[in-house]
Ligand binder design. Structure first.
Ligand SMILES: Cc1cc2nc3c(=O)[nH]c(=O)nc-3n(C[C@H](O)[C@H](O)[C@H](O)COP(=O)(O)OP(=O)(O)OC[C@H]3O[C@@H](n4cnc5c(N)ncnc54)[C@H](O)[C@@H]3O)c2cc1C
Length: 501
């Protein structure tokens, strides 16, 4: 198609993918500069239908209250809390942004987030000692001061009755609890934000269009081709900034952009499944997210947990995730995704990760071979009286872990999230999947800081950011008074601390 087609549009910002990440970036930018012309392209017929959909993720508002992998224990017995602090403060930024949107009536209500106390639960002397030490360390800091801890089975029965019922009375157990932990329906949040953006104007979403080509022009603007999946004419956009928020589709687009920063990156897909229960008598007895310890070789995001989910006002229990290997990078992707992602720049890192990750591969194979009976056995370690007939298998979303060159040129598998951006700040891509949607606001603020550095220096953007995220630019770790003010406000505005629960 020639350049001057009717389907060619000029925009300031082009976002690929209609998940929580692109949508959060769009909403942040819209608050900072209402005049920006923003377009979003989504390959599916509906928005938020991949990882961000409520059923495709666990909906945990990750704040490091219950996830034991955020506080690893060193061989000398010391516990590293660095990650717990950074994730907790990053989640506070999300809570501030969401409560700002609710306070301003940009979102009609905080229905997308619900209080679900966050618990860690362990058994056996070794793990009980670990949890006790973890609690002592964390609760000494204002960020975690509301954490409770107990080794008393009677107290634990009150907090998490399903987990305690039918348990061997001599078994040593311990649990911690933060009452204002949350369950978030990231799909509903994404949809609500997109509806609001459309009402505000200067914003367009094109669904059923798949971005296939992305080229930088001599004037530094990007030309994007969006293939129409309904056999209609394709669309073309010219944008001064592009964000690749395509989830598992981001790697292919980053490679297609040809920016030097894309070289050497590869992806390792891991699929997920849950056991789900909708039986009212069971669901009604559990209102919490209970995280345990990961089995040997399991990647951190496969830590087993028994979760209350509240999706569209309906309560369900989920247990899992059970991992699996697949060659697809998106749940609705192609079995060729893995093969087509391999190129001369990432072949060596990918091969070397394959040979280094024997424990992970062994774990994934064992997960793939699980039957309903063996999955139930894993659940019964958490909920001893669980009945097989009450639980069914539900397929979760895909995660694509990052493979990149290590310092020694060998590949390494990264289990976090990474933003890769072009040196000229005109393009950014999000790779990886953890801690994920919970920290979308912090991650997208990182994109703004890197790619909109000039605008960010202006008084308008500085004032705007302080309005939408009052703690912006200050440390919630060091400033107790700020933390108390911010947290009191967000918990009240989002209805997260309704006692007693
Ligand atoms: C099993 C599982 C459990 C999880 N649990 C949690 C949790 O408890 N808490 C948490 O915070 N996070 C969790 N996550 C992570 C979280 O779901 C993701 O980090 C988040 O949803 C990613 O959002 P996204 O917008 O980047 O991607 P997505 O929601 O996947 O959106 C990407 C979009 O891009 C579209 N797309 C792809 N390619 C193209 C293309 N070429 N052109 C146009 N559109 C394209 C896709 O169709 C999709 O709609 C979990 C993830 C999984 C898989």
């Amino acid at each position: 198609m020639n350049k001057n087609t009717l389907n060619e549009k000029e925009v300031d910002i082009l976002l690929v993918g209609a998940g929580i990440m692109s949508t959060t970036l769009a909403m942040l930018l819209r608050q900072l500069d209402p005049s920006l012309k923003i377009a979003m392209i989504e390959r599916l017929s509906d928005v938020a239908s991949e990882s961000s959909d409520g059923w495709n993720n666990a909906g945990t508002g990750h704040a490091a209250y219950c996830e034991l992998n955020y506080t690893p224990e060193h061989p000398d017995g010391s516990i590293d809390t660095t990650k717990a602090f950074s994730i907790n403060t990053a989640f506070e930024e999300s809570l501030q942004f969401w409560s700002y949107l609710v306070d301003q009536k940009i979102l009609a209500s905080p229905h997308f987030i619900n209080q679900a106390p966050h618990h860690s639960f362990v058994s056996g002397d070794k793990d009980v000692n670990f949890l006790r030490k973890r609690y002592q360390l964390l609760s000494a800091h204002p960020l975690f001061a509301d954490m409770q801890y107990s080794e008393d089975p009677e107290q634990l029965k009150k907090w998490i009755p399903l987990v305690m019922a039918g348990r061997e009375p001599t078994q040593k157990v311990a649990g911690s609890r933060v009452r204002y932990g949350s369950d978030v329906n990231f799909g509903a949040l994404t949809r609500d934000m997109l509806t609001a953006l459309q009402k505000m104007g200067n914003f367009e979403i094109l669904v059923q269009h798949c971005v296939t080509d992305i080229d930088q022009q001599a004037d530094k603007r990007w030309r994007i081709r969006a293939k129409n999946k309904m056999d209609g004419p394709h669309s073309y956009f010219n944008a001064r900034f592009v964000f690749l928020g395509a989830g598992g589709g981001s790697l292919a687009l980053l490679q297609a952009s040809g920016i030097p920063e894309s070289k050497g990156y590869g992806g390792f897909p891991i699929s997920g499944q849950w056991l789900a229960c909708t039986v009212p008598e069971v669901v009604g007895k559990h209102h919490a997210k209970v995280y345990g310890k990961a089995p040997k070789g399991a990647p951190p995001m496969s830590v087993p947990h028994l979760d209350t989910r509240i999706i569209d006002g309906k309560k369900t229990l989920l247990f899992g995730p059970f991992a699996g290997f697949t060659t697809k990078f998106l749940k609705q992707g192609s079995p060729w995704d893995l093969a087509t992602s391999i190129n001369p720049t990432n072949l060596l890192p990918m091969l070397s990760v394959g040979t280094q990750s024997i424990d992970l591969i062994r774990y994934l194979i064992s997960e793939m071979l699980q039957s309903h009976k063996s999955r139930m056995r894993a659940l019964q370690c958490f909920y001893p009286e669980a009945k097989p007939a009450d639980w069914f298998l539900s397929v979760a979303g895909q995660r694509v872990q990052i493979i990149k060159k290590g310092a020694d040129k060998a590949g390494k598998l990264e289990l976090g999230t990474e933003i890769i951006h072009a040196a000229d700040g005109t393009l950014a891509a999000l790779l990886g999947a953890s801690p994920g949607a919970s920290t979308a606001v912090h991650t997208m603020l990182g994109v703004i800081e890197t790619c909109f550095a000039k605008e960010l220096k202006t008084e308008t953007w500085q004032v705007g950011l302080k309005k939408i995220i009052p703690s912006y630019g200050q440390s919630l770790v060091d400033n107790r008074d700020l933390l108390v003010t911010v947290r009191e406000h967000t918990l009240a505005s989002l209805g997260l601390d309704q006692k007693p629960l």
